[in-house]
Structures are given as C-alpha cells and as structure tokens.
Design a protein around this ligand. Structure first.
Ligand code: FAD
Ligand code: UQ1
Length: 460
C-alpha cells in the first residue's frame, strides 16, 4: 500500500479537509456512499477529510455553498458514533447501538464518499495522499481541516507514543473498561455489574484529552450505581488524576469538590497510570511530582482514560504546530500558514476543551469565515472558545459546565448551572442526541450563542 504523489496542475479549486483520527480501517476502492464503486474525480471544490462530528457538520455546510457535486469526503469507517453518549453507555443507562449510525446515512446526499484513509498531506503542492494504492490529486484553493484526538492505545501503530504497559491487551480481561472507545465501553458496564467488593479506580492520563469531564462522570455514575444496588459500603472509590485540580473552571470545580466530599470519593492528584497488570487486577501509578515513585493499587474495577494525542498523519505534516496539532487562528479557524486550510474539532490547537459542543460553535464561525474568504473578504466573526461539558453526577442529574477561552463560565440558561439538575440531565441524555444528529451534523446547529442571548435578554 504505497501512497503516490499527486500532480497539481489542474485549475484552482477549494479543498475542505476534515482529518480525523480513528484511522484503524483500510479501504481498497473508492465508493460513493451508495456503496457503488466509482472513479474519483481529480479535483473537488471542497474535500473533507474524515467523517466525524466536525467533518460531517462542515460537509453539510459546504454543500449549501458549493453544491454536493463539488465536494468529496475521505473517511475509512463504516460507522459514525455520537461519542458523548458513551458516558451513559458505560454506566448502563443507554445502549451502545443507539450511539452509532452508518457513515452512509450521515454523509450528505450527493457528496462523494471516498472510503479510504488519508496517509499524508502536502499542502505546498495542494496534495492529499490516501491509502488505496492509487494516485489521486486534490488540487485546492481552500482547505479547512478538522481533526480529532488519537486515542493512543487503541490504534495499531504505536511508535513514538506514550503507552500504558499492559494495554491494550489488558482489555481482554474482566474488571477493566474504558468509555473512550466503542470497543471497550460496554466493558465498563460489565465491570460495574460484576463489582463485588474492593477498589473502584478511575484514571485521568498525563496528556490533553477530549471531553476532560468524562473520566470523572463515570466515577459519579458508578458511585450512584453502587448505592442503587446496595454495594456502596463495599466500594472504595478512587479517582487518580494526572491533573492538579478536579476541573479547570473554578465555579464548577467548587461544586464538584462538594459532591466529592459528600459522597466520600477519594481523589488523588498528580497520579498517572503507567501500568496495568490485569491478571492480578493491579494498577500502577507514578506520582508526577516525584518521578520514579510508583504505587500499586489492587482493583475490583478499573476505568481507564487513555493517553491521547494528535493523529500521526497530522503530527508529521506541515499543517501541524510544534505539538502536532493543526495550527489555526483561534478566532477564524483559518490555518496560520496555509490560507486555504482551515481547522475544526479535536485535531486543532484551539486552546479550549475538545467537545462536540465546541465543534457546534466552531462550525458556525468556520462557515462564516469560509464565506468571507470565498468572496475575497476578511473574516470578521470570531470564535470565543465556547465549549461545554455536561457533568453527569447521577443517573438523573447534570451540572452543565459551559465556558470560553478564558475559562470563564458562559452559561446558556438563566439559572445557576453549577447546581445538579434533572432538567440538564434530560437535556444531555435525551435532547442532545437529537440536536446532534438533526442539527449539528446537518449544518443547522452552530451552538447556543443565539439562545443564550435570548434567555439573558441580550445581556451576554
Ligand atoms: P471524531 O468525531 O472523533 O471523528 C474522527 C473521524 O476521522 C472518524 O470518523 C475516523 O474514522 C476518521 N479518520 C481517522 N483517521 C483518518 C484518516 N487518516 N483519514 C480519514 N479519516 C480519518 N463532547 C460533548 O460535547 N459533550 C459530551 O458530553 C462529551 N462526552 C464525551 C464522552 C466521551 C467518553 C468521549 C470519548 C467524547 C465525548 N465528547 C463530548 C467529545 C466529542 O465526542 C468529541 O470532541 C467529538 O466527537 C470530536 O469530533 P471530531 O470531528 O473532532 O472527531
Ligand atoms: C451542544 O451544542 C452540543 O452539541 C450538539 C452538545 O453535544 C453533545 C452538548 O452537550 C451541549 C451541552 C451543547 C450546548 C447546547 C445547549 C443547548 C446548552
């Protein structure tokens, strides 16, 4: 499988690239999403790399601008997942099947689906390489890029990556799960159900991660499950986190600390999981402030949040910053060096928490940025870093954290969102999936900014 160089002597076109991270599958032929093998055109007005949340949202939006026939999307996977539901799947409150839909059903009709994996980018030549073994050329004038985190130990290529010793093989054993992959999320629920007595251990790695609230959400749900099933007095609940605080926004951190105290949860800071011994049910942690100092904890249940990082295809390409993320302007989402490249989603170096909610807000701004650039005008709309983390604290309660680049609350509703609320749980569990599939992915939902203004009578 050799990626081939592409020739770029075609007329200028626009390329929308949304490169996403779960490149674990390979395709051997080009297909329309009808499943029909077809020839690939040698250029597109817009080329989207990756059919994740950001990629599909931008494909829908670009279709309205340039027409479906001028867009292609490169995506290897058959399935698109609504990952925010995995927190509830891991706690047994939702089925994994309800979090996924066929990729064919979410790619906007008429857009060409190139069922392949991007293996290299040459933005200086306006080239993208794919893994079909064929030579293809995607000349472009405008390239928005949207990438995601690579969940490190779930991918086959592990070179240069920080790994946890004993994983991923350890997932073959019982008592261990992770909500961060469709392959391991149901194991979390199994471990919860099988819990008898001992330590229930939850981890947070020493890397940036997507949805930084998710590692502790499953802890609160587990505690609630133990209470519900009469096992609470047999469980010692431990959250070992590499971070030095429970949450990055003080208002919500204060509320979470209260809950932690009231529910007798043990939180240990600066503790990084470095090894799992699944045959002995032991987890090994290193204290980040005393390198080399390790601690072994026996577990009856272990929830692992894996280390994450930029996908290799981006990290090794010229579109990356020094840390490997797509290097974009934090307000316009335009690439800092290549004006025809744009970024959205987890793959970017936008200094905010990586969530689908953030992508919703970014998609609205990026849409406007691209409209301006297509008219040779200067982009004026600015992304403020809006992101949201519905902190599920029980089977019927959520603290809805919403904040911006400055880590200041930016709340949609005119009540104190740091309080646990049933209404916010209903929104998270039942309304957000609908908004995701029918609003965000279809290019209609650009985040709650307008709603926020209305509910706050224009004051925010
Ligand atoms: P993804 O949606 O991850 O898409 C990646 C796509 O890229 C995949 O389709 C993949 O197949 C494709 N791809 C990979 N490599 C290649 C390649 N080389 N070439 C082409 N295609 C490729 N967000 C919230 O807003 N609220 C929440 O409550 C929330 N909870 C979460 C809980 C969990 C457990 C998890 C895991 C995530 C949660 N998130 C939440 C985060 C949210 O799901 C992500 O931020 C969002 O899905 C990222 O979207 P993306 O488009 O950047 O990448
Ligand atoms: C949001 O826009 C969004 O994207 C669809 C989510 O995705 C999972 C969310 O969890 C949240 C909270 C938002 C923000 C929306 C509102 C109405 C506050």
């Amino acid at each position: 499988m050799t990626p081939l160089v592409m020739v770029t002597s075609c007329p200028p076109t626009r390329l929308l690239a949304s490169l996403l991270h779960r490149g674990t599958q390979q395709a051997s032929k080009f297909q329309l999403h009808t499943g029909t093998p077809c020839a690939v055109k040698d250029y597109y007005e817009v080329l989207v790399l990756g059919g994740g949340c950001g990629g599909i949202a931008m494909t829908s939006r670009m279709k309205k601008k340039v027409g479906a026939e001028n867009i292609a999307i490169i995506e290897p996977s058959e399935k698109h997942f609504y990952q925010p539901l995995w927190t509830l799947v891991g706690a047994g409150a939702k089925q994994l099947s309800s979090s996924g839909r066929s990729m064919a059903s979410v790619i906007p009709s008429g857009v060409e689906w190139i069922k392949s994996r991007v293996v290299d980018l040459e933005p200086d030549k306006n080239c993208v390489y794919i893994d079909t073994g064929k030579e293809v050329t995607y000349p472009f004038r405008t390239l928005p890029v949207s990438l995601s985190y690579k969940v490190k130990f779930f991918l086959p290529s592990l070179s240069n990556l920080i790994q946890i010793k004993g994983l991923p093989e350890g997932f073959r054993y019982p008592k261990i799960g992770s909500n961060y992959s469709s392959k391991t999320v149901e194991k979390t629920w199994k471990a919860l159900q099988d819990f008898k007595e001992g330590n229930a251990v939850f981890t947070f790695p020493n890397t940036p991660i997507k949805c930084a609230g998710a590692p502790q959400k499953i802890m609160y749900l587990s505690e609630a499950y133990f209470r519900k099933t009469g096992k609470r007095s047999y469980a010692n609940i431990i959250f070992n986190t590499s971070l030095g605080a429970i949450f990055g926004v003080k208002k919500y951190a204060d509320a979470l600390e209260e809950i932690i105290k009231a529910r007798n949860l043990q939180v240990n800071y600066r503790e990084n999981l470095i090894e799992v011994r699944p045959d002995k049910q032991e987890a090994v942690f290193e204290n980040l402030d005393s390198p080399g100092e390790t601690k072994v904890i026996s577990y009856e249940m272990l929830h692992v949040t894996p280390p994450m990082g930029p996908p290799d295809v981006i990290r090794e390409s010229p579109v990356a910053d020094a840390a490997g993320w797509v290097d974009v302007d934090k307000e316009t989402l335009q690439h800092k060096k290549y004006p025809n490249i744009f970024g959205i989603g987890d793959c970017t170096n936008l200094p905010t928490s990586k969530t689908a909610a953030a992508i919703a807000a970014q998609s609205g701004i990026l849409d406007k940025t691209i409209s301006k650039i297509m008219r040779n005008e200067k982009p004026v709309n600015k992304y403020d870093g809006y992101t949201s983390c519905p902190l599920v604290t029980n089977y019927n309660r959520v603290i809805l954290a919403e904040f911006d680049y400055s880590a200041q609350p930016l709340e949609t509703f005119p009540f104190d969102q740091s309080k646990e609320r049933l209404s916010m749980y209903v929104m998270k569990a039942d309304m957000m999936p609908f908004l995701y599939w029918n609003g965000l992915l279809k290019g209609y939902w650009g985040g709650p900014a307008i709603l926020r203004k209305v509910l706050h009578l224009g004051r925010i």
